[in-house]
Design a protein around this ligand. Sequence first.
Ligand code: ADP
Ligand code: ZN
Ligand code: ZN
Length: 734
Amino acid sequence: MIAEVIVDISNSEVDRIFDYAFDEEQAICAGSRVLVPFGNRKIEGYVVNIKETTDCPPDKLKTIAEPLDRKPVILKELLVLMHMMTESYHLRCVDVLKLFIPAQMRGGKVKELVRQYATLHPDYRQRDMNDLIKKTASAQWEIYRLLSDGQAHSVADLNRDYSAAALKNLVMRGIVSIESVEVNRTPYKQLANEAAHCVTLTEEQQAAVSKIEQAQDKTIVLHGVTGSGKTEVYMRCIAEVLQRGQTAIMLVPEISLTPQVLKNFRARFGDAVALLHSGLSAGERYDEWRRLLNGEATVAVGARSAIFAPVSNLGLIIIDEEHDSSYLSESNPRYPTHEVAAFRAHYNQCNLILGSATPSIETYYHAQKGDYDLIELKNRVNRHAMPEIEIVDMCKELSEGSPGIFSRSLDNALAACIERGEQAIIFINRRGYSSYVMCRKCGYVAKCEQCDVSLVYHKDENILKCHYCNNRYSMLDVCPQCKSPQIKQGFMGTQKVVEYLESRFPQVRVLRMDNDTTQGKDAHYKILSAFAAKEAQILVGTQMIAKGHDFPDVTLVGIVDADMSLHFADYRSAERTYQLITQVSGRAGRDRKAGKVVLQTYTPHHYVYRFALANDYSGFYKKEINLREITKYPPFAKIVRVLVTGENEQLAMAVLKSIYQEIETYSSTKREAFAYLGVMRAPLKRMQNKYRMQILMRLVAEHRTCIQAVYQAVDHYNTPKISCFVEINPNDLR
Ligand code: ADP
Ligand code: ZN
Ligand code: ZN
């Protein structure tokens, strides 16, 4: 027999199928890993197909050295998906295959966790032990007495509590037998034993569940306002799928993979739930993955990459907070999660739910056109009102003699909230935010030597950090350019707000949640559960706090500077701002108490705020979709960027020009497809010592053909010195 094998080397030259022979008694099948001779060494490979014959001449045909898996570790479905992904996204087979199995499994780095258990051998249960164990061997007696209960006891415990030598002696004489058992490492064990609290669905929720259950092989947009109980709808639908003997995948943004979500799922579905996300240890991740593969677990809950969960017989896929930018992977291998999900759903003839309070403009456009079904939840559960949003004009604030970072309104509201013993969330958007360090005299701004971006001051360490490459610089005493000591720190970040709040409300405990405070494995969990347990009254944070959290006692949300994401040079800045405001506002007043939002802005009349204030998603959508149609932006076009980077500026420039010429020539044969084609330096001109330049285009027709042509044009310019990267509708056009 012949196996088609992809070898585990990330190199385009060898990223193709190699044929290897194997004996039939070697249980090798498609989807299993093997060790194969390659050149003069042995490497791991993935079997993607089995066939009878090969064109490879017999003297060249090599034989598989060794199978690595007893059963396939990659489902047939995923092998089909691999072909779709390599073709559509121009990826290497091996890079796609690596998405399908836990990283640590490659090279045999993680193994099943095996524990040894000791039991009394049945032959010795009724015998008189005085013949066998000396009176003085007290440790042996103790072990014997313990094991007389007929139970299995952990060898590690026995060794620790009694004596390893005594146990060994009993084992050698056959009195005690030892058995190895595979055990699963369960992440967040502490959440396992919560009882499920069952709620009665609201009419809206019930209608949504029925509609979803009646649909088949459909993409369904579940547009539900914040606090409308979307999670409950998901769980009901999953329960129904499990009852039919099928499986489900639910994706949530990494950041909102909160203990709350996990707790709810564990409580409802118990061990049927497996969690997949980057916060798990390698061993935990591997065990959860394996439980899915062997069918012990039937619901995969996780961040983006959980879309590759090894579950067969899928009955439902859910993408929660579907508008979230984390669903598009930024680094190689780059793939759009929605498309992969649609592929798997369609393959299994099951439904795909895209849930959000603020669907992306693109998703909602498809729902409007009728490509997707649309289900709306217009009310919060128990009909609680949406929070009231107050817009504060910060220019006016300044002119009226209130120059602080907190307006009088926000300050008053915060004081009142604290007085009432309730909780508040203060949100600062740091995306696209330059908390720079500047000389007041000559205007010098401290920048990273390798990245051409402003450095950010970190007060706790008293250093300047580059947020793109993590380089660290010492804080300036004097300006390097004019020697003036008047160094000014730019805008405030989370640290500065916390500092301010601590001096303003000395008796109140404040928690901070941002990239710096959430580095550890359970850091998110700790901060959120401390806040949930009311150990602090104020939570200050970046967009991480905006997503999905449900704190019943939060009655005030303060948005310190709403404009920050608005003035970002990106066609989606209005959309993102609308989403952020709605999401973060949605944290207020979720339970019985009414919620209030204070939004501080320098452009109070912007349409984004007008629609957000009225909670008018559909109004916002209409305005935005019109703009997109006129300007030819997605969903009316696909943006394609070729990013060329390299340390040698001239070389990169030369490569850029050559690629541009090829694309230009091609585009002249397809005028109607190209709404725009341009070449320029990237907005972020240098990063990690590499120059960055780009070709940008917007395609309004024949996307597939044109994108393939772009790939073709770019391919042969990729060298170790110059990297050329093609991105489709990238999240970030820096
Ligand atoms: P969303 O994701 O739509 O913002 P959630 O799913 O977080 O909203 O639900 C908000 C809160 O309402 C949660 O605490 C949830 O347990 C509760 N909830 C959901 N459905 C019901 C219901 N039918 N009756 C009572 N409470 C509900
Ligand atoms: Zn200066
Ligand atoms: Zn840098």
